[in-house]
Design a protein around this ligand. Structure first.
Ligand SMILES: *Cc1c(COP(=O)(O)O)cnc(C)c1O
Length: 434
């Protein structure tokens, strides 16, 4: 028996029919060139990470679990130097005490803005959780409560920057600009590092000393360059997304200009103490090892995203980004326009998970949402969205946001399983699979 028959047999044993597998194989065959491109990006980024670890002399001693105040925590200080090097910043703050991406972003904003200052988002509405940080939705402890104002310039209908509007919005109070790289759960395009560079250049041309911060969530290692290389002053992200490589159990980072990173450290710990305290406890080895794996983990997630886009586009569903667009983050949206296929999709992702595969996700009224939400995640780290996961509000247009996959083979199995569920319930046009 040849390898191919063995694989088909193994997929069948795991619940994937021959028809679904063979359709998937045809799609995969057409993606060779794109996968090859992703592999090259991962190869470059892998070397970047290794070189940074070597330059800063990462050693076994760095993995010791420091406790107490954490003065001279070698593991923590070295890791921050490694992050700064990787992302081409002067300095970095990488801590388990930063609980998530939202916290990291709030920290960067609250530490660098002062009462009376203005914050500008030139790329439209920021990620949902930032609305309460900024005070777009009234909220306790928001920037608005500290008399820090916010302005927003939406993207033009064609997705481009509204340069005229941005120019008009910048004034003597504008202290900081926040640019979200990933589209998050909006339908605008994700920004490439080059496009971010263009925008920053324009803004600095109007006001040289404005602090340009990039929300880098879901963007790390997708391209060979990061936003600091395109002129950003600060980049901010979550370790339970891309740079944690699936191993970091918690954490966030802020990297960039030393002055602004230091400000964040004084807010995270205390004025006067800054980066000098904050023991890394027992998690630091997973931060190193996760960063080491991150380029290949992101590579797997990208392959999964493009595979899903091509499968579902071929079957007649709307996908964002589409099957051929270049990628600048790891999120894939699929719009089903009907409830049943959306639910079947999520149930397939769940059924293929290494953890909690036996539970069946159902729509539920999650706090803070105006409709039922369905979520599929069988993750080693709770809420980790660099692991294969899918979710979406169960209301028209019935879009699922799908991301992650620590290995390409798991992402592939998850997507095939999602299709299997649709196939079994007669929710796809089988003629399009031939
Ligand atoms: C996930 C995400 C955040 C918030 O990160 P959490 O870890 O969920 O708090 C902010 N911005 C973007 C673009 C994100 O994708």
């Amino acid at each position: 028996m040849n390898e191919n028959q063995r694989i088909i047999e193994e997929y069948q044993r795991n619940g994937i029919s021959k028809e679904v597998y063979e359709f998937g194989s045809k799609i995969e065959e057409k993606l060779k060139e794109r996968f090859c491109y992703f592999d090259k990006i991962a190869e470059i980024n892998q070397m970047k990470v290794i070189a940074a670890m070597q330059k800063h002399r990462v050693s076994a001693e760095c993995f010791h679990a420091a406790n107490g105040y954490g003065y001279n925590d070698l593991g923590r200080d070295t890791l921050e130097a490694v992050y700064a090097e990787c992302f081409r910043g002067e300095d970095a703050l990488v801590r388990p005490q930063i609980t998530c991406g939202t916290h990291a972003l709030a920290l960067a904003l609250m530490s660098n803005l002062r009462p009376g200052d203005e914050l500008l988002s030139p790329v439209g509405k920021p990620y949902d959780t930032l609305e309460e940080v900024i005070g777009i939705r009234p909220s306790k402890g928001s920037l608005a409560e500290y008399n820090i104002h916010y302005r927003q310039v939406d993207l033009l209908p064609d997705g481009n920057f509204d340069f005229e509007g941005i120019k008009n919005a910048i004034n003597e109070k504008t202290k900081m600009v926040t640019i979200q790289r990933s589209k998050g759960y909006a339908t605008r395009p994700t920004l490439s590092v080059d496009k971010i560079g263009e925008l920053i250049k324009f803004i600095k041309g109007i006001k040289k000393d404005v602090i340009c911060m990039v929300d880098n969530c879901y963007g790390e290692f997708v391209e060979e360059k990061e936003p600091l290389e395109a002129g950003a002053d600060l980049i901010v992200g979550s370790l339970i997304k891309n740079p944690g490589g699936g191993l970091a159990p918690i954490g966030g980072y802020i990297a960039g200009k030393e002055e602004y990173v230091k400000q964040a450290s004084y807010r995270l710990t205390s004025p006067g103490l800054g980066k000098e305290v904050g023991a890394s406890l027992g998690v630091i080895q997973s931060f190193y090892q996760g960063l080491f794996l991150a380029p290949t983990v992101v590579n797997s997630a990208l392959k999964g995203a493009v595979f899903a886009a091509n499968i579902y586009e071929t079957l007649g569903f709307d996908v964002i980004p589409n099957s051929t667009e270049s990628r600048h983050d790891i999120i894939q949206a699929v719009t089903f326009h009907k409830k049943e296929p959306m639910i079947a999709f999520c149930q397939g992702i769940q059924a293929a998970a290494p953890v909690d595969s036996y539970v069946t996700p159902e729509p539920w009224a999650m706090p803070g949402y105006d409709s039922d939400v369905i979520m599929a995640a069988g993750a080693f780290v709770q809420g980790s969205s660099i692991e294969l996961s899918a979710d979406g509000p169960v209301k028209p247009p019935y879009s699922v946001y799908f991301q992650g996959g620590l290995t390409w083979y798991h992402a592939k199995l998850g997507i095939l399983m999602s299709l299997q569920k649709l196939y079994e319930q007669n929710l796809v046009n089988r003629e399009l699979m031939c």
